[in-house]
Write a protein that binds this ligand. Structure first.
Ligand code: ARG
Length: 563
């Protein structure tokens, strides 16, 4: 039952659609007044009546029915109390029926959403700065698929540019096969760092690097083979992390993929009279729009990040005919996205409006000292490992006899890292703290996971005792009703998360629902209750577990059976 819609259906406000009324119906923070409320202020001007009068009139016109048990008009609000038993029946039936699909809805009708996320750079460390784009993108990918869209996950690899010439030069000078095979990305990165150090003293190295890059571009076999090998090594390394985080991609078409697709873009820009020369470079002037120019070609004729992004956007539109193309990239790149979106618009691509920069804030570690062995790069894999290790220690302390401790620790540790990045509104900078992320009583994934394990344990005990849940419902107590309402709000929450590109809504839903379940669990006896009540409470417990699993699943967090 969609209560907002139901209420809207039974209200008539001339000149305002049912849709608009449904959108205006809200869940008040204080439920004493009602479970739903319609603020009438926004209609006052339009209806030429005071909000108080509007609420009063609407109340008098509202038909009595089974679903809404009470309608009241208070200070310009129209408040609704729902029939609690009706709500209980409704929600529990729906969750029972839909199971793993509870919360899903065919909103997308198969339309494509391209999602550009994680987008790592070849031969560069996969570091804590990639955490948010990776897990936000992964969550949005699952959320859109859950809502009937066809999400296309794209890892726009950073695999193009003079840095690869530098890397080959460094490898040929100081590297060898074994070193790289053993050291992976870390070893490659060290070579790269060394190149910069040496190039300060020997600037001629820069020329060598440029020559190597030119060779890659010209398809020189040896250079390409090295480059492909570096790419393979990088992907092997990051894939280990992706696997642990449950992250998938449909395409790894990176920047180099667009090498032969940029010339047509440059030609089109020129034809449309958008290109201008500025100090030897080719640019699109964006002064009129309050932005610095978008540089398309450098004075030596080489392309830029923006050029490749434009070619990529055009390619994606042609290939996938997306409804939207989302770029989950840090806010530091705001200008870059604004610029090339604008240039595409100026080129007359009407779909430029469907490109969205989903910007997010920075992640840093609370304990700065906890960085990797050398330098100040913090590898994401190290953060995950640390978190899993700490989780293991805590679990071992709390429940030494638990089976599969390592497996549980992996789920808890990985969950803590993911949840840490998803709990706050994405644009906020985050300071990640291992201790806070692993607090069993905090606003954390482990708290939610523990709640699930608690629910599962109650259900297992009930099954062992031969207790059945039933299709009947009881009149819900206050705690039960709060929990039921939370469960009922899940489908709305998923849709809101999708339209705001905010997986944090779902993360917050998890904590809120877990808190309500725990209140119910502590205040209401489940197993010791009388038959009918017990059956109802078991069903509510099962519904909570199903819903929380679905919610955590969308975020990419697994639920251990026991903890
Ligand atoms: N590789 C880039 C970086 O690390 C991110 C790429 C984001 N995607 C894009 N289409 N520009 O900064």
């Amino acid at each position: 039952m969609d209560y907002k819609r139901y209420i809207a259906k039974h209200l008539t406000i001339e000149g305002i659609s049912e849709e608009e009324i449904a959108e205006a119906v809200a869940v008040p923070p204080n439920t004493d007044m009602g479970d739903y409320a319609l603020p009438c202020f926004k209609f006052a001007k339009f209806m030429r009546k005071s909000p108080v009068q509007i609420a009063e009139d609407l109340k008098n016109a509202y038909p009595a029915d089974e679903v809404i048990s009470e309608v009241s008009a208070v200070n310009g609000y129209l408040n609704f109390k729902v029939n609690r038993k009706g709500l209980a029946k409704d929600v529990l039936e729906r969750i029972g029926r839909e199971g793993e699909r509870y919360g899903a809805f065919d909103l997308g009708g198969g339309k494509v959403i391209c999602l550009d996320y994680s987008s790592v750079n070849i031969a560069k460390p996969f570091h804590i700065g990639h955490l948010s784009t990776t897990v936000l993108g992964g969550a949005l990918y699952r959320i859109f698929n859950f809502l009937g869209y066809k999400a296309v996950g794209i890892n726009h690899l950073g695999d193009y540019g003079t840095q690869f010439g530098k890397l080959i030069s460094a490898y040929n000078r100081w590297g060898n096969k074994e070193l790289i095979e053993q050291g992976g990305i870390r070893a490659l990165n060290e070579l790269y760092v060394r190149f910069h150090r040496e190039a300060e003293k020997h600037p001629e190295l820069e020329d060598e690097a440029r020559a190597y890059f030119k060779k890659i571009e010209d398809g020189d076999k040896e250079c390409l083979a090295l480059f492909d090998w570096f790419k393979e090594l990088t992907l092997k390394d990051v894939n280990k992390v992706y696997e642990r985080l449950g992250i998938k991609f449909d395409s790894y078409a990176g920047e180099s993929f667009y090498q032969d697709k940029m010339q047509p873009v440059v030609d089109e820009l020129r034809e449309k009279g958008l290109l201008k020369e500025s100090r030897g470079a080719q640019i699109v002037d964006l002064e009129e729009y309050g932005m610095s120019p978008c540089i398309i070609l450098k004075s030596d004729g080489s392309s830029l990040y923006a050029t490749r992004d434009m070619a990529a956007a055009i390619y994606r539109k042609q290939t996938y005919d997306f409804e939207k193309c989302l770029y989950v990239v840090a806010y530091q790149q705001n200008l870059h996205f604004k610029q090339f979106f604008k240039v595409l618009e100026l080129m007359g691509k009407e779909w430029a409006k469907d490109l969205v920069h989903v910007a997010y804030g920075m992640v840093s570690l609370e304990d700065g000292a906890m960085s990797t062995r050398k330098g100040n790069v913090i590898f994401l894999e190290d953060v995950i490992n640390q978190c899993v290790e700490k989780a293991y220690r805590i679990i071992d302390e709390k429940n030494a006899a638990l089976e599969n401790k390592a497996d549980v620790a992996e789920k808890v540790g990985v969950g803590a890292v993911v949840f840490g990045a998803l709990y706050n509104s994405k644009i906020k900078d985050i300071v990640f703290s291992y201790d806070k992320a692993l607090n069993f009583d905090g606003e954390t994934s482990v708290y939610v996971q523990y709640t699930c394990a608690r629910a599962a344990s109650v259900l297992a005990k009930a099954a062992a005792a031969g207790y059945k849940s039933s299709d009947e419902v009881c009149e819900p107590s206050a705690q039960e009703f709060e929990l039921l309402k939370a469960l009922a709000s899940f489908p709305d929450c998923v849709q809101a998360a999708a339209s705001a590109y905010e997986p944090s809504y779902i993360a917050r839903f998890c904590v809120d629902t877990a808190q309500k379940f725990n209140k119910f669990y502590l205040d209401c006896k489940i197993l010791q209750a009388e038959d009918e009540t017990r059956a109802f409470r078991l069903r509510l417990t099962q519904a909570t577990l199903t819903t929380l699993k679905n919610a955590l699943g969308l975020l990419g967090i697994a639920v251990p059976e026991k903890m």
